[in-house]
Design a protein around this ligand. Structure first.
Ligand code: 5GP
Length: 176
């Protein structure tokens, strides 16, 4: 719930655009994973709304697991050292894993996470990221599925927070 007085920024991506993109991404995933079971690994907390909408559009058998990570260092910059706050509850050995991420900024968090998951011997490991900020990238990282490329701005809404607030906005907004 957003407080009516709270500054909610400038709308970058509308709710309709998000929903259309989710359907588009799901169609690609349905085609690519046809005949296989997919294990969606959702990175808490920012990716939960994206996961929920994506899951509803998937026709391939999909299971869901959650992970929570936090980056050491200053609040708005990641250091690349990632602390696992909540690990997966099950083995991913031999599974087709699709990591569902909210946003790839420097890429350091995801890079660390992918290395960690790779060691657990999944049959395949891919990334579906709703947003990416290409200008900010510090590591070479290929996400197979990407929703939107956005400029170097701090965004909120559709799961993304500012100090734990504004996750409930149905659109993506940039704070000034
Ligand atoms: P990276 O390691 O790629 O630099 O940072 C990734 C994480 O930083 C994301 O999963 C997200 O939690 C956070 N993050 C990066 N950019 C933004 C942003 O613009 N808004 C919000 N709310 N979080 C962001």
């Amino acid at each position: 719930m957003v407080h009516p007085d709270e500054h909610q920024g400038e709308v970058l991506i509308t709710s309709e655009e998000l929903q259309a993109k989710v359907r588009e991404l799901a169609a690609q995933i349905n085609a690519d994973y046809a005949g296989r079971d997919v294990l969606l690994v959702c990175v808490l907390k920012g990716a939960v709304l994206f996961l929920a909408d994506l899951l509803r559009c998937l026709e391939v058998p999909a299971e869901v697991e959650f992970m929570a990570v936090s980056s050491y260092g200053a609040a708005t910059e990641t250091s690349g050292v990632v602390r696992v706050l909540k690990d997966l509850d099950r083995s991913i050995d031999g599974r087709h894993v699709l990591v569902v991420e909210d946003i790839v900024d420097s890429g350091l968090t995801l890079d660390y996470l992918l290395r960690m998951l790779e060691e657990r011997r999944p049959a395949s490991l891919e990334v579906c990221a709703l947003l990416t900020k290409p200008e900010r990238r510090q590591v070479q990282l290929e996400a197979r599925y990407v929703g939107f490329e956005i400029p170097d701005r701090f965004v909120v809404g559709y799961g993304l927070d500012h100090d734990e607030r504004l996750r409930g906005l149905p659109h993506i907004a940039a704070l000034s």
